[in-house]
Design a protein around this ligand. Structure first.
Ligand SMILES: Cc1cc2nc3c(=O)[nH]c(=O)nc-3n(C[C@H](O)[C@H](O)[C@H](O)COP(=O)(O)OP(=O)(O)OC[C@H]3O[C@@H](n4cnc5c(N)ncnc54)[C@H](O)[C@@H]3O)c2cc1C
Length: 335
């Protein structure tokens, strides 16, 4: 039996952040993960598929001198503090993240979560002119945009009545759908299809948490899940499944595992992405104002839409589509 003071499960950003904290004090740590060292996962939907020099950006190497075991975690024996019946810990950081939710009705569907998923899609693209994307969330929209730049026709099938319902009104959504149409990306909302004509269908309908326990992973504000187990990142119940959230939680988990008293303050995170130079921002605003405005500007121009910035403030939310410098102007009451 191998014994370690700390075992970190996973090598995503939550695990990385926890490790950053732990190595400040000790090297009596072991990392167990299916994947290699931590890379910028969000780049997978921001890196053009046609690029033949695609190199995933790995974060600075902090693993030196720390055993890194490439193995699937199948079991955590909580009573005896043993992983896979082989590795014993005193304190555990559980950061196994999530996997894409699968759609059983789609045979040979494509998903985008890991580097190999990126390459699988990339290999398929030369053979198709049209791509279907199931799910019009942030990742689906980013991928659609990348594909449109490769001159593919893209059809997005969204189950909800309009895009990004957490922040968007139908009017906001229609504005964005109009821009996407000018990029040869066509959105069908309220879609109830179960079969698709496209040969290549990318499924992007959210995540399933990687959980080897018999109960949901619920943590307190110290990221503590159970006695001597801290959990952080996408595997934790109630998270928004975002990079910064996973990073902040990893820091807190690592810190507290060392005996500190750090607390995680739950907050909301904005939705933020770019379609070329057209920024899309949707988040909270501390204001009871309501207005919708389209501002013409000459800051840049890719097509007619990019000369305009759409601003909508409603129900404590702000949506800006265009030049994102307007976000701060609205938040600071300068507009
Ligand atoms: C394509 C894409 C684009 C994104 N874009 C953005 C964005 O623009 N902005 C944003 O804020 N967020 C974005 N996200 C979300 C963000 O990447 C995640 O919230 C974040 O990476 C979660 O980090 P994590 O460490 O919790 O989990 P993960 O990154 O999922 O890491 C989990 C780790 O555990 C390993 N693992 C899992 N199960 C096992 C097992 N049983 N045994 C061993 N190892 C295992 C995995 O291989 C992985 O190394 C995006 C995600 C994707 C997929």
């Amino acid at each position: 039996m191998n014994h370690y003071k700390y075992i970190v499960l996973g090598s995503g950003i939550a695990a990385y952040a926890a490790l950053e904290e732990l190595i400040k004090k000790t090297k009596d740590i072991c990392v167990i993960s299916k994947e290699d060292e931590c890379y910028l996962r969000p780049l997978l939907s921001k890196t053009t598929f046609s690029s033949y020099n695609f190199k995933v950006t790995y974060l600075p190497d902090i693993y030196e001198g720390i055993p890194f075991i490439h193995e699937e975690v199948k079991e955590v024996d909580v009573d005896n503090k043993i992983i896979n019946q082989k590795y014993q810990y005193e304190t555990l950081i559980y950061a196994l993240g999530a996997e894409n939710r699968k759609l059983d009705s789609i045979e040979n569907g494509f998903y985008l979560r890991h580097i190999e998923d990126f390459y699988r899609i990339k290999r398929e693209l030369p053979f198709v002119k049209e791509v279907g994307i199931i799910g019009g969330g942030m990742i689906g929209l980013e991928v659609a945009h990348l594909l449109s730049k490769m001159n593919k026709r893209v059809n997005i099938y969204e189950y909800m009545d309009h895009l990004i319902p957490r922040y968007f009104t139908k009017e906001d959504s229609d504005y964005l759908i109009n821009i996407l149409a000018s990029m040869n990306v066509h959105v069908e909302c309220h879609s109830r299809r179960s079969d698709y004509e496209e040969k290549c269908v990318i499924v992007s309908i959210g995540n399933t948490k990687n959980n080897v326990f018999d109960e949901p992973i619920k943590v307190d504000e110290k990221m503590k899940f159970k006695s001597d187990i801290y959990a952080c990142g996408d595997c934790v119940e109630g998270n928004f499944a975002l990079w910064n959230e996973a990073y902040e939680q990893g820091k807190i988990a690592g810190s507290n595992a060392l005996g500190k008293e750090a607390t995680f303050e739950k907050k909301t995170y904005p939705v933020l992405f770019h379609l070329d130079k057209i920024g899309v921002y949707a988040g909270d605003i501390n204001s009871d104002r309501t207005f919708t405005r389209i501002i013409e500007n000459d800051l840049f121009s890719i097509n007619e839409n990019s000369k305009k910035t759409y601003i909508s403030v409603h129900d404590g939310h702000i949506v800006v589509i265009g030049d994102l410098r307007y976000v701060d102007m609205v938040k600071e009451g300068r507009l």
